[in-house]
Design a binder for this molecule. Structure first.
Ligand code: PLP
Length: 432
């Protein structure tokens, strides 16, 4: 090229959750069956969407208008339904105009950071969901700034660390929370969200709350949405159907703007997000059409309760087995379908390994040049046992060494076998 055509932030776009797939395919080729514990797609992992939900989709397909564009912000009746349901819960009251649909929340995340002033920064959790942290890092062409979720305190956010970073980095304009959190399954207690709102107020920041798992919070988790405590602070809540319905292939998510009228600059930013969506015309029509029917069906909530009970049961088993390893920190999640193990400091060494087939050894070692200690463990576990988990450091932009696995396997026997394999893999690796 006559001049460099690569965006300065290009190297920041990393998504290890999917990047590891190529490595796993090489392992598969070597004759080792892979157990996919990397991508949080309930359907791909065997969850069957209920027949009544599929019928709404089948019926919608019979309407000619389902093949048409929808309005840029989303179907009017769907946004009205969402606004009505939001307002019924109390807290901040919104109108359909405060809602904007995207082709999946991943698309929404990308719009949020893409339209933010490159000098304006959002602080997010460590460990981080990589779509947020990578998009934020790429928009600013600087490493993502994080606050600590503390594994020694059951993943509570370190609010002192958050405030210290907000004071230190004057360019921070917003705080991101993911609630329930991916990858830890942590659910922010309402008093913690209130404290974050107070920080936002004190430093004139806005809040982004990714609530894609909010309807998958476990019973007794105390899950409260940002809307319940946002007060007068400008904010954005993010929701979607990928995990809930579950229908990730629909590519359907939306954002809710709170308190646009309270700050002219925030209002202008919100308008720029709507304008950039307008350039794309609109988001997928079909999932928006069925959304109010599915969510308004009396079978919906009991269906979600049944699913979260299964996640909780699997989490209990995994916690019981893995917490017995003294070098590991692990906590039960309170929502979503992930669990995260952390290796205590100093327990991982470059000399540790697991037995792997001769034909894979060279390839795996070539992937691990300059790799972080947890990535090294994860690749050895994959090549040795076929279990494909995601390292915390490279996968979730974390300063911690550990990995995330899923709670999605529907067969109890298979789930237990995978957990036992992971547990034995950790112990053998540490003892090698
Ligand atoms: C916290 C979080 N936000 C957003 C997304 C993106 O979801 P979508 O399928 O709607 O793009 C995911 C997907 O895993 C997620 O975990």
């Amino acid at each position: 090229m006559r001049s460099n055509i690569v965006h300065p932030g290009a190297d920041k776009l990393r998504y290890e959750i999917r990047e590891i797939v190529d490595v796993a395919k090489r392992v598969q080729k070597a004759g080792i069956p892979v157990i996919w514990e990397n991508i949080g797609d309930p359907v791909a992992r065997g969850e069957v969407p209920p027949a009544w939900l599929k019928k709404y989709v089948a019926d919608a397909v019979k309407e000619d208008l389902i093949f048409a564009y929808s309005p840029t912000k989303g179907l009017d009746e769907t946004r009205s339904y969402i606004a009505r349901e939001r307002n019924k819960e109390g807290g901040i009251q919104i109108t359909p105009d405060d809602i904007l649909f995207f082709n999946g929340l991943g698309d929404g995340i990308s719009h949020l950071y893409r339209n933010l002033n490159p000098k304006a920064r959002i602080i997010g959790p460590d460990p981080a969901y990589p779509t947020h942290s990578s998009a934020e890092a790429a928009h600013s062409d600087k490493p993502h700034i994080t606050y600590k979720l503390d594994p020694e305190k059951e993943w509570q956010p370190d609010l002192a660390d958050m405030e210290h970073k907000i004071k230190k980095h004057k360019d921070i304009v917003g705080i991101l929370i993911v609630n329930p959190d991916n990858p830890t399954g942590f659910v922010y207690p309402q008093k913690t969200i209130k404290a974050i709102v107070a920080l936002a107020k004190k430093y004139k920041l806005f809040i982004i709350s990714d609530e894609i798992y909010s309807n998958l919070a476990y019973k007794g988790s105390g899950m409260k949405k940002l809307a319940s405590v946002i007060d007068g602070v400008p904010g954005i809540a993010m929701r979607g159907i990928s995990k809930e319905f579950p229908w990730p292939g629909a590519r359907c998510g939306w954002i809710e703007f709170y308190n646009r009228d309270k700050d002219a600059n925030f209002d202008r930013y919100a308008r720029s997000i709507v304008d950039s969506k307008t350039l794309e015309v609109c988001s997928t029509t079909l999932p928006q059409r069925v959304l109010p029917k599915v969510m308004g069906d009396k079978r919906y909530m009991p269906y979600l309760v049944g699913r979260t009970r299964n996640y909780e049961r699997r989490a209990d088993y995994a916690h019981n087995v893995i917490s017995k390893i003294p070098e590991i920190i692990i906590h039960k999640p309170h929502g979503a379908f992930y669990m995260t193990c952390v290796f205590k400091n100093g327990t991982l060494k470059k000399t540790q390994s697991l037995p792997i087939k001769k034909e894979l050894r060279e390839y795996i070692d070539s992937c691990l040049v300059n790799a972080t200690p947890d990535k090294r463990f994860v690749y050895y576990l994959l090549a040795s046992t076929g279990v494909c988990v995601v390292p915390l450091s490279s996968g979730f932009n974390s300063s911690l060494n550990g990995f995330r696995f899923l709670l999605l396997e529907p067969s109890d026997a298979k789930f237990k076998k995978t957990i036992n394999t992971i547990s034995k893999g950790i112990m053998d690796y540490l003892a090698s």
